[in-house]
Design a protein around this ligand. Structure first.
Ligand SMILES: O=P(O)(O)OC[C@H]1O[C@H](OP(=O)(O)OP(=O)(O)O)[C@H](O)[C@@H]1O
Ligand SMILES: Nc1ncnc2[nH]cnc12
Length: 179
């Protein structure tokens, strides 16, 4: 394990049986509270985004906003919020999906994406892959291309990578940590 991986992993707190029995919740708030670790994380995700040739960063509500916004600024790219249904004021495209716990719908302002855009999706956790898969569907329906998906951590035992694979259509899924 690299020093960066060790630092990031050491700042993630496991919370047992949250939000429901049997789930181990990966809490990133200790990492956000540590400026050195947060900077390392932001720089790593920004480097992945720049290397991919992305023109925009999509962040997935809510933790994907916390990571995606500084990544966009660091990479010199625009930031597009993908929000839970009913939160965006303009004309939206929506997509429903299943979660590790429950189901949900996300939306985007399609007018903020164009055919010239290559979009990097940034989030904290890839679990079942449902949220990321839905975001890729939204990006393509909005007429843009997918540069990839970049997450802090992948929960390997939930099989999100395999679920996401077809929707990636060859674009990379980059996880800084695999747990
Ligand atoms: O791979 P999946 O099974 O789809 O799960 C991963 C998603 O779940 C969490 O978000 P959540 O919907 O809990 O929202 P939050 O960020 O507002 O807590 C996490 O931040 C990812 O977006
Ligand atoms: N186990 C988990 N920990 C943190 N975020 C999640 N999102 C989906 N599953 C999660």
């Amino acid at each position: 394990m690299t020093g960066i991986e060790e630092l990031l992993l050491s700042r993630i707190r496991d919370v047992q049986d949250y939000p429901e029995p049997g789930v181990t919740f990966k809490d990133i708030t200790p990492l956000l509270a540590d400026p050195a670790a947060f900077t390392v994380l932001t720089d790593a995700l920004a480097e992945i985004s720049v290397r991919s040739g992305a023109t925009k960063i999509v962040g997935l509500e809510a933790r994907g906003f916390i990571l995606g916004a500084p990544v966009a600024v660091r990479a010199g790219l625009g930031f597009i919020p993908v929000r839970k249904a009913g939160k965006l004021p303009g004309a939206t495209l929506g997509q429903t999906y299943d979660l590790e716990y429950g189901s949900a719908e996300i939306e985007v302002h399609a007018e903020d994406l164009s055919a010239d855009d290559r979009v990097m999706v940034v989030d904290d956790v890839l679990a079942t892959g449902g949220t990321a898969e839905a975001s890729l569907q939204l990006i393509r329906r909005a007429g843009a291309r997918v540069a990839g998906v970049a997450v802090l951590m992948e929960l390997g035992f939930l099989g999100g990578r395999a679920r996401l694979e077809p929707a990636l259509e060859g674009a990379p899924l980059e996880a800084l940590l695999k747990v």
